[in-house]
Ligand binder design. Structure first.
Ligand SMILES: C[S@@+](CC[C@H](N)C(=O)[O-])C[C@H]1O[C@@H](n2cnc3c(N)ncnc32)[C@H](O)[C@@H]1O
Length: 237
């Protein structure tokens, strides 16, 4: 890998893949247990991308482009399948986007007619509503991969998850590494049904969300018992 973008440090993870540590957010983009393995488990498998791509074209939203690991791994895992993939990602830091295009300018994913992708550069709370208004997307999968709710709360709010629900297809699967009660409450208040996700690295659980079925009874019970509140755009008094 060539130069690291300004404001980041390269971190080697346990599966041999690398990630970036962001000085601005004080956090790495992936688990130290494996950037690539986490991407495959939580996003590609968590959102059932190969299964969906065997049946029909797939429209994917990624929340947080980072190094482009989610995008490149999605291409890798779907390139031999019949479906066309449309991949949209959001990224607040233009330096990461610039770095990605320099680093991967000859990557086959950028020249695959079956794989279209766009990065909405800027604050997703501005860029995504504008995109939704103009293009009326219907996401079949959402990789909710912002930094942690403590460091990056604006992308875990009831308002954010409402926007995601309103722009999703009925068969959508939203998947995230987080299992915190605050984000689970945000999702429930925004109308999502929750299911337990896989454990990975140090984290004991994660979250999958759909628009169909019923929230897992154990998750619901834990949320009812928890005094933690959903995250919202309202300023706390
Ligand atoms: C955990 S990293 C994403 C890693 C990425 N999915 C990958 O596979 O490489 C989170 C990303 O969200 C971006 N981000 C944080 N706040 C944002 C916002 N308000 N709008 C858009 N992107 C944001 C960060 O700059 C960071 O690149």
């Amino acid at each position: 890998m060539s130069l690291t973008p300004p404001g980041y440090q390269t971190v080697q993870t346990e599966d041999g893949s690398v990630t970036f540590f962001s000085e601005r957010f004080g956090e790495a983009c992936h688990s130290p247990a494996g950037a690539k393995a986490e991407t495959v488990l939580h996003y590609i498998e968590g959102c059932k991308i190969p299964e969906k791509a065997l049946e029909k074209n797939v429209s994917i939203l990624e929340v947080g482009f980072g190094l482009g690991m989610g995008m490149l791994t999605t291409w890798e895992r779907t390139k031999s399948l019949p479906a066309a993939i449309h991949f949209v990602s959001v990224e607040i830091d233009p330096e990461l986007v610039k770095w990605f295009y320099e680093e991967h300018k000859n990557h086959p994913a950028l020249n695959d007619p079956k794989f279209s992708f766009e990065i909405l550069t800027g604050d997703a709370r501005v860029t995504l509503p504008a995109y939704v208004k103009q293009y009326h997307p219907k996401w079949n999968a959402i990789y909710q991969d912002a930094f942690s709710p403590g460091r990056n709360p604006v992308l875990w709010t009831v308002e954010w998850f409402t926007l995601l629900r309103e722009s999703s297809a009925d068969d959508v699967v939203l998947s995230t590494y987080s299992a915190s009660s605050s984000i689970r409450k945000s999702l429930v208040e925004a109308g999502w049904k929750l299911y337990p996700g896989e454990k990975f690295g140090q984290k004991r659980s994660s979250t999958r969300a759909k628009l169909t079925g019923m929230t897992d009874p154990e998750i619901l019970l834990n949320l009812e018992r928890s005094p933690i509140k959903a995250l919202t755009d309202e300023p706390t008094p």
